[in-house]
Design a protein around this ligand. Structure first.
Ligand code: G5X
Length: 525
């Protein structure tokens, strides 16, 4: 018929491919709505990455045999002399980190507290990369910026000093594997690509010590059992009351690994009874430093089902291995799309609306996701958009309506998290704003900065600069302003944002399919 002929010849052009993609795609520059300046650093990044990723994966793979170091903590007191502009009593490892951070002397002098905050923070995140999941006790400065010589206390890991030299190489990484990588990645097909280590989530121990009469000195290792800390046996006991009985190996077949995260390995499988595809996250409990988080993830997600959330389906416990069965989305993550292609505003608005629907639902139910970023947005082949990985979510209650644990991924973190204030659901809105920047620019602000300096910049700059803001429609600019508002009370809520005029630009979800396919195509190369 005429019509189909017409459609064949006039097929819409393929979506523009992002030239700055770290995954090495080279296509014509022409249809780029939001070009980015070429970045010299990009090249440098690539070379190193595969190597550092490789060793990182290696560490992860061997994790089963490495027990977490314990009792390697000591307390340090750091002061700042405003006259000399020097920190006093700073551990050598911190000094080294700071030296490599590109945080200038002037910046240090301008905001020494921010420097100390982020140093402690960074300590934790690097710690995590070595140990995979990361429980560090970090005590908050007992009184913030009260004196010019701020005294802070923090626990240091013995390994810490060694970490600073790894930092520069922990740059980017999603570049295609070099031949030598192949054996490491054989079980990681495209849907979930590797990301730079520095885009991985971190979690630090709550700063509850500050409430203690004896202040932070009460020491962190002594108070570990405080607050309903459950024993391993109690954890298993509790899990047994939650999970289904039966052998999941008989209910699901054709398991194929699709991802490896801090908390476990993810497989795709077929549910025998229905023939549908599911994703299964398996976690070896003996390797999980924070088992309560896993129970939390299951309990919270079992109760909170929504079309814009990767829904929990079932769970099983096999000896000490926990299986969490959930919906499978075949379109890959939003990261794949933002790094490989350029989205137009209609597509960005559609993704924002879907994410805001998920957040409105969660926040109404007093749940904070705490790790909103493109990596945690999965796409269906029909263009559906769903929020995933609730491994760090927090269920608020009337007794505890605010949180202080430092959770998330540094580049996406709200200022109130970085500066260690009490925070609530609006941290997700800030992160959504950062994710919107990913959809515009391909990556979050400061990704090329030393991560430590990035944290400093979040703490001190507040709202990040958007490179070519004037090229965005006024309604989009306004939405970004409302997400990236430092003042939490003035920052919009999810329900408010759902009424924002920018969302009226949203295209039908089916129009996300071309960028999903383009991202998949780009990743093949
Ligand atoms: N394509 C899902 C998760 C979601 C709510 C409890 C964590 C990964 C990876 C992952 C890949 C999926 C899942 C589905 C695709 C993940 C989670 C989670 C929950 C219910 C469990 C990690 N790291 N997926 N489809 N990928 O590679 O919190």
């Amino acid at each position: 018929m005429n019509m189909s002929e017409f459609e064949n010849t006039e097929k819409p052009p393929a979506p523009p491919v992002r030239l700055t993609s770290t995954r090495e795609v080279n296509l014509s520059q022409e249809h780029k709505p939001l070009p980015k300046e070429p970045d010299g650093k990009e090249e440098k990044k690539k070379g190193k990455v595969s190597k550092s990723n490789k060793s990182f994966n290696k560490i992860k793979d061997e994790r089963p045999n490495i027990s977490l170091p314990s009792n390697f903590e000591h307390t340090v007191h750091v002061g700042f002399d405003p006259h000399t502009g020097e920190f006093t009593g700073m551990p050598e490892s911190w000094a080294k980190l700071l030296q490599n951070s590109n945080i200038s002397k002037l910046e240090q002098k301008k905001n020494p507290q921010a420097v100390l905050d982020v140093l402690k923070y960074y300590e934790t995140s690097t710690q995590e990369e070595k140990e995979s999941k990361y429980m560090l006790n970090i005590s908050k400065p007992s009184s913030k910026s009260s004196s010019s010589a701020n005294s802070i206390q923090s626990n240091l890991s013995e390994k810490f000093a060694a970490l600073s030299k790894d930092l520069p190489s922990k740059q980017e990484s999603s570049s295609p594997s070099t031949p030598e990588d192949e054996e490491e990645e054989e079980s990681q097909p495209p849907p979930i690509a590797t990301r730079p280590d520095k885009t991985k989530s971190i979690y630090t121990k709550p700063i509850e010590t500050e409430d203690k009469p004896n202040g932070a000195v009460a020491g962190n290792k002594t108070d570990k059992p405080k607050k309903k800390k459950m024993s391993d046996e109690e954890i298993l006991e509790k899990l047994r009351t939650i999970v289904s009985i039966g052998d999941p190996n008989r209910k699901y077949t054709k398991m194929e690994k699709i991802g490896q995260g801090a908390s476990g390995t993810v497989f795709i499988a077929i549910e025998v009874a229905t023939g549908r595809e599911v994703a299964i996250k398996t976690m070896n409990l003996s390797q999980q430093p924070k088992k309560e988080l896993i129970i939390n993830e299951i309990l919270v997600m079992r109760e909170n089902q929504n079309p814009n959330i990767v829904n929990y389906l079932d769970s099983y416990l096999i000896v000490d291995e926990l299986w969490v069965v959930m919906e499978y989305l075949a379109g890959g993550s939003l990261t794949d799309v933002v790094t490989e292609t350029c989205m137009d505003e209609g597509q960005i608005a559609a993704v924002c609306r879907e994410c805001l629907q998920a957040l409105e639902f969660l926040h109404e139910n007093q749940v904070i996701h705490r790790d909103i970023k493109s990596d945690n947005i999965l796409l269906g082949m029909d263009g559906s958009v769903k929020l995933t990985d609730f491994g760090f979510c927090a269920q608020l209650s009337p007794e505890q309506s605010k949180r202080s644990t430092m959770v998330g991924t540094p580049y996406w973190m709200a200022p109130e998290v970085v500066t260690r204030k009490q925070y609530g659901p609006k941290v997700d809105i800030w992160s959504l704003g950062i994710m919107a920047i990913e959809m515009i620019e391909g990556e979050p602000p400061y990704l090329n900065e030393n991560p430590l300096r990035a944290l400093y910049l979040i703490a001190t700059n507040g709202k990040p600069e958007i490179k070519e803001k004037h090229k965005l429609s006024p309604v989009f600019q306004d939405l970004l302003d409302k997400c990236l508002e430092v003042d939490v009370d003035r920052r919009a809520s999810a329900s408010e944002l759902l009424k924002h005029p920018f969302l009226r630009l949203a295209k039908p979800l089916a129009q996300l399919v071309p960028v999903i396919l383009a991202a998949k195509e780009a990743q093949k190369h």
